[in-house]
Design a protein around this ligand. Structure first.
Ligand code: SF4
Length: 279
């Protein structure tokens, strides 16, 4: 399948492909809009997406040096009272981890199998000792397990892109996988962030996986993008009725990785701004 020249593989579209090749085909190649909600309560989903975006913005402003008092004021006046609580938890647990040079909301690109890949990082911290940490803020209501995060496309793709492209953020000629870790912080469990170290073996494994996946996508015919056989994957998919996989959406409280579900809309990578950091 020939992809447009400006097509970028991202964690959002590659996760769609891993969940269901047909969903990837409909959403990212045909751009089919389907009038259905990801979850039963569409309004709550929308509000949660907006709250997540506002909270990400508060953290971004804090990292840029806006005084804490002003931001606390904003958090207290937010229409969603949870944000004030998230904010106090953020201030209690995160600032002591932020020793180093900060790259906030940075986009990095790399290439594999002749295709572009891109990742937008909430924060990359470069320590004096030469180590790099990716921080990712999650506002899902459900707690997320480490073994689940290890398998997610976001974890594997972000680590790979930082390994291949992170030198553009630093003075280093190259970056070894062992210099990189990824830390997820959750509003649902603020005292237990999950840190995932990277290593050479994981890098090689992920590189082989993404090359293979990308080659399959670009070489297969359009009718080979099959519907998943795992009907669980259809629960939070807007194409349920299109695919005759039921019309009842899943519940918001059961949605695990909320940011990925809104990733292609509210928190998406702005491809027009990808020239921010190229290499
Ligand atoms: S409803 Fe199911 S089969 Fe259809 S695109 Fe979504 S995940 Fe794939």
């Amino acid at each position: 399948m020939k992809l447009p020249d400006d097509f970028y593989f991202t964690q959002s579209n590659l996760q769609d492909y891993e969940d269901c090749a047909y969903r990837f085909y409909l959403r990212h190649l045909l751009h089919v809009k389907w009038p259905a909600s990801v979850v039963g309560d569409a309004i709550a989903f929308e509000k949660m997406g907006q709250s997540g975006a506002r909270f990400h913005r508060l953290i971004q402003q804090y990292l840029l040096g806006i005084p804490e008092d002003r931001l606390r004021d904003l958090a207290l006046r937010d229409p969603n009272p949870e944000i004030a609580e998230w904010w106090e938890n953020f201030l209690q647990y995160i600032p002591q981890l932020l020793d180093g040079q900060r790259f906030i909301e940075s986009t990095l690109t790399t290439s594999l199998a002749g295709q572009h890949l891109a990742a937008k990082f909430d924060l990359v911290l470069v320590n004096e000792d030469g180590n790099l940490t990716i921080f990712d803020w999650k506002t899902s209501k459900k707690q997320i397990r480490k073994d689940w995060l290890l398998e997610r496309v976001q974890t594997r793709l972000y680590l790979l892109i930082l390994k291949q492209g992170g030198a553009s953020l630093t003075d280093f000629e190259s970056i070894g996988p062992e210099q990189i870790t990824m830390t997820y912080w959750f509003t649902a469990s603020p005292d237990t962030p999950v840190t995932i170290p990277y290593n050479h073996h994981a890098y090689q494994k992920d590189q082989a996986y993404f090359i293979k996946t990308i080659k399959i996508i670009i070489e297969q015919d359009s009718d080979a993008f099959n519907r998943t056989t795992d009907h669980q994957k259809c629960r939070f998919c807007v194409y349920r009725s299109h695919c005759d996989r039921g019309v009842e959406p899943g519940e918001l409280a059961s949605l695990i990785d909320f940011e990925t579900h809104v990733g292609s809309d509210m928190l998406k990578i702005d491809i027009d701004r990808i020239e921010e950091i190229q290499f």
